[in-house]
Design a protein around this ligand. Sequence first.
Ligand SMILES: [Zn+2]
Length: 219
Amino acid sequence: MIPFIDIHTHNSQTSKGVVSVVNCDDGVVPDIWCSIGVHPWQSIQASSDADFVDKSMKGLESKCVLPQVLFIGETGLDANRGADMETQKVLFLRHVALSEKLKKPLIIHCVKAIEDIVAIHKQQHPTQRWLIHGFRKKAILASQLLHQDIELSFGPFFDADAMKLAYESNALWLETDDSGESIVDVYQKAAELLSISVDELKLNIYQRAVLLSSSFRLE
Ligand SMILES: [Zn+2]
């Protein structure tokens, strides 16, 4: 049976028919599909510790090689929180390098930094997919990212036109993040908006998920 895929969540509870990629918030890799990285908010520690980037990246690679780690991240840029943008970019680029080295896609947290993400993508030419999670912005910003081949993940709150554009670009993902909502409800809401059946949407996402990481095939 084709599962519902929750591409980014902080909820580690499992439910039948759902495959979740759980973000490791405490730095401990659980025995389930997950993502791990240094969140841009954590970069604030760099203001009191000059070695923060090196130190925090040091133990990360050995965790990221584990087979249950499907994505590197969440990582990214946040103009509202964390260290200054230059420090955040240094930290983000280290995750990009790790993603390329380990051939695992990136899950990205991006607040008011879409242009920076696009510019870095252009400059780096990554071979791995980049997914911006929790996308709530308008279609005009979505199109900038999609045009650069960056994919978008939507939670319970989203802009309808942006979601339609991501679907048309074959780059739509769904997630619950920390909302506490059910991924089934997110799929239902999205399918309704896209005027397709939930089954069609499940198949669309699943087919791209197995290309992203063959691990999804095991489910
Ligand atoms: Zn998150």
